[in-house]
Every structure is written in structure tokens, then in C-alpha cells.
Design a protein around this ligand. Structure first.
Ligand code: ATP
Ligand code: MG
Length: 399
């Protein structure tokens, strides 16, 4: 072996340069232009095509083509190389293909050298070098070409494995999110179910007699907890259907103030301590909207205020202009930290660190946003941590 060579036929500086080029860059394609610069002084060719063997279909696909020399475009060689690369793949070894010695146009007489791209037993594809009109490839340069194909095969395999790892990571985090969601959901169901079971068993105890007042009290709790479970199921179904656009809005002329007054009255039945201040400056024209769905939005916002800003009054204002109506729901609770403000409208998102005793599934605001958007409106939040939260809704007169 001549001095200065690590692999037979390959100058030592080429070994190091290729190692550096393929090693540094995550995509081997990015390295290829520079690789060709390094290789060409030692191994002459006009064009180079790399074929990739699809592991699922076993089809060959061109993944890189470069015309460095005379005359031809890289695209034109792709078809020429395909037959040879099929042979290379089949035989898993270097294959030489030379044109007949005729006096035809040089560009019609390609000399082609094909090499498999493989690491161990793993066959990844083939690379084809093309010289137009000769000279024929010198067998003394084959070790160089083989060295290059090994380096390239390793770079391709590395990239493929890196993709596979990131695909698995994404899949795993999806599974993890699903698992987190199911455990959050089970927890949400278990709490009302626990109450229902507990109070029913207590009422049914054969050894105790409960007076009518106590019985009614227990039955009321069972009733409320059943409602909570019903609400949970409705929210889950709604959020799934709204996300896939399977809920149709039932648009009709709606008086927003009367929808709001109904919602306030209903919420105060459940939470008599809730103080709501409704501010409506002028009589409001009817709006084309789905009254039930809007009521659902307002209920969610009020129930959030009860849960996350307990003890605070809620101020609701309605104003209107030529485009539509603007509503605000303002509380003086703890507020929402800046970094979570966009995320609270995402499905299942709940601000971490809120008291664990405050129940919820993170569906309410997601549902609100979907409903408001189905009305061609917008919903957003402003908040000063420690001072309170304002939810804004804009709805056009007609969706
Ligand atoms: P669900 O509404 O499904 O019962 P949830 O109330 O947790 O559950 P959202 O209504 O979507 O879900 O609210 C998302 C999160 O936003 C809440 O978990 C809470 O952390 C935060 N949040 C919502 N409203 C307020 C508010 N008025 N003040 C402070 N934080 C709030
Ligand atoms: Mg909520």
C-alpha cells in the first residue's frame, strides 16, 4: 500500500475530509456537493446518480443526481442508470457497463459504474457513476469508488435511523399525551361517581334509618353529581364533534341580553354566592347566532370565574358597533400567567399549579373557541396576574 493511504487506493486526506463532511452534516444530501469537489480530482466522472431502495415497496427511487461534466443534464441520466442499478441491487456488487465501440456521438455512449450502497447486510440503494464517451473506468480506481459508496451508505443509514428515532419519539409522546388524558379523565369521572356510590350505599344501609331531610340532602348531592357526569360526557362529545366540524349551528335572530340573563340566573341557582354585574349601554339589535351554543360559551366563562376566581364579582359588558357585538367577562381573581394565555384555548389544557381540588378537564375554553369561530367571531383573553382576567368575545351581526 502506498504511504499516506488508510484504505487501499484512497489518499489519506480524502478519507479524513469525507469523514468530516458526512459526519458533521445531518443530511448527507447537503454534504454531497462538497464531497464531489473532493472526489473529482481522484476519480473522474461526468454524472452521478444515487438511487434509494424503498424498504416497504422495494422500488428504486432517485434521491440524488448531479451532472458535473460534459453535456448532459442530470435528469436524463436517471433513466439510463435505472437498469444498471437494478442489476447492482440484485447482485449486491460492483457492476460495470460499457457501450459498444462505435463511432457514434460521445454523449450516446455512456460508460457506467454501479455500486451497491450497503452497510453489513442492509441494502440501502445504489450509486451510479457515468462517463460519456470514455475513457473506460480503470479497475485500479474501483477501491476508491467502493470506499466512497461505503461512506455514503453509512451516512444514509445514519440519517434514516435518525428519522426513525424522531418518528418513534413523536409516536411515544402522542401515546404519553393520550395516557395523561385518559388518567385525567378517569380522575374527573371518579370524583362524582365516588359521591354517587357513597351516598347511595349510605342511604341503602339496612341498619340505619334516615329522616326525610337527610334523605333529601343526600339525594340532592346524588342529583348534582349525576349532572356533573352528564356535563362531562356532553363536553367530551361536543369537543370531538366541534373539532371535526360535525356540529351544525342553528342560526336565528337572537337577543344577546336575554340569553345572558338566562345564563346568569341559571348559574346563580347553582352558585348563589356569585355576584354578576351586567352592563349594557343601549338597547341591542338582534344578532344572527345559535342561542344554545352561545349560552354554552357564557356558562363556561361564568363557571370558570366561579372556579378560578372564587369570591370575585364578575362584570359583563356588551357594546356594539357597525361590525358586530363585543362582550367582556371580567373577574378579579388570580389571573393567568402570560405563558399560558394562548394555551388555555387548547383542548385539554389546564394551567398547571391551580388547586388540585378545582375540577375540570380543560375542555370548556376549547369548546368556547370552536363555537365563537363557528360564528365567524373571535375570543381572546387579557390578564394581569394577581389582578384578574378579562375574556373578550367579538361576534359579527351575521356569521
Ligand atoms: P372544564 O371547563 O372542561 O370543566 P377547565 O375549567 O379546566 O375544565 P377551561 O374552561 O378550558 O378548562 O379552562 C382552561 C384553564 O384556564 C383552566 O384550567 C384554568 O387554569 C384557566 N382559567 C380559565 N378561566 C380562568 C379564570 N377566569 N381565571 C383564571 N384562570 C382561568
Ligand atoms: Mg372551564
Amino acid at each position: 500500500m502506498p504511504t499516506g493511504e488508510l484504505s487501499p487506493g484512497v489518499p489519506i486526506e480524502v478519507v479524513f475530509t469525507l469523514g468530516r463532511l458526512f459526519g458533521q452534516i445531518s443530511s448527507w444530501r447537503q454534504a454531497m456537493d462538497e464531497v464531489i469537489q473532493v472526489v473529482r480530482p481522484h476519480f473522474v466522472f461526468d454524472n452521478l446518480v444515487v438511487y434509494w431502495l424503498d424498504p416497504d415497496t422495494l422500488n428504486l427511487e432517485v434521491c440524488y443526481a448531479r451532472a458535473t461534466g460534459r453535456g448532459k443534464s442530470a435528469e436524463a441520466d436517471v433513466a439510463w442508470g435505472e437498469a444498471l442499478s437494478n442489476q447492482v441491487i440484485e447482485q449486491r456488487r460492483l457492476v460495470l457497463q460499457e457501450p459498444p465501440e462505435t463511432g457514434e456521438d460521445r454523449l450516446q455512449r455512456p460508460y457506467m459504474l454501479g455500486l451497491p450502497l450497503q452497510v453489513g447486510e442492509t441494502l440501502l440503494g445504489a450509486m451510479i457513476f457515468i462517463r460519456f464517451g470514455g475513457p473506460p473506468f480503470d479497475p485500479n480506481t474501483f477501491p476508491f469508488a467502493e470506499f466512497l459508496s461505503q461512506q455514503l451508505a453509512q451516512a444514509i443509514l445514519r440519517e434514516r435511523l435518525a428519522h426513525e428515532v424522531s418518528r418513534l419519539e413523536i409516536q411515544y409522546s402522542g401515546l404519553q399525551a393520550q395516557e395523561d388524558f385518559i388518567s385525567a379523565l378517569s380522575h374527573e369521572f371518579r370524583t362524582p361517581l365516588g359521591f354517587i356510590k357513597g351516598y347511595t350505599t349510605t342511604l341503602l344501609r339496612p341498619d340505619t334509618h334516615w329522616d326525610t331531610t337527610t334523605q333529601r340532602e343526600f339525594l340532592n348531592i346524588i342529583d348534582q353529581e349525576t349532572d356533573r357526569m352528564q356535563e362531562l360526557i356532553d363536553n367530551l362529545l361536543d369537543s370531538a364533534r366541534l373539532q371535526t366540524g360535525r356540529i351544525k349551528m342553528n342560526f336565528q335572530p337572537v337577543r344577546l341580553d336575554s340569553v345572558l340573563n338566562d345564563v346568569i340566573a341559571r348559574t346563580q341557582l347553582r352558585h348563589p354566592e356569585l355576584e354578576v354585574r351586567l352592563q349594557l349601554d343601549e338597547p341591542l339589535s338582534p344578532l344572527l347566532a345559535d342561542p344554545q351554543r352561545l349560552a354554552q360559551v357564557f356558562e363556561n366563562l361564568l363557571s370558570n370565574a366561579v372556579k378560578y376566581a372564587p369570591g370575585s364579582p364578575v362584570s359583563i359588558s356588551i357594546t356594539s358597533d357597525a361590525e358586530g357585538v363585543h362582550l367582556t367577562f371580567e373577574d378579579r381573581g388570580p389571573g393567568i400567567p402570560e405563558k399560558y394565555r394562548q394555551k388555555i384555548f387548547e383542548r385539554f389544557f389546564r394551567v398547571p399549579d391551580v388547586q388540585p381540588s378545582v375540577h375540570g378537564t380543560g375542555l370548556g375554553l376549547f369548546i368556547c373557541k370552536q363555537i365563537v369561530q363557528a360564528h365567524q367571531g373571535q375570543i381572546w383573553v387579557e390578564s394581569q396576574p394577581g389582578q384578574g382576567t378579562v375574556f373578550h368575545i367579538r361576534l359579527p351581526w351575521t356569521p
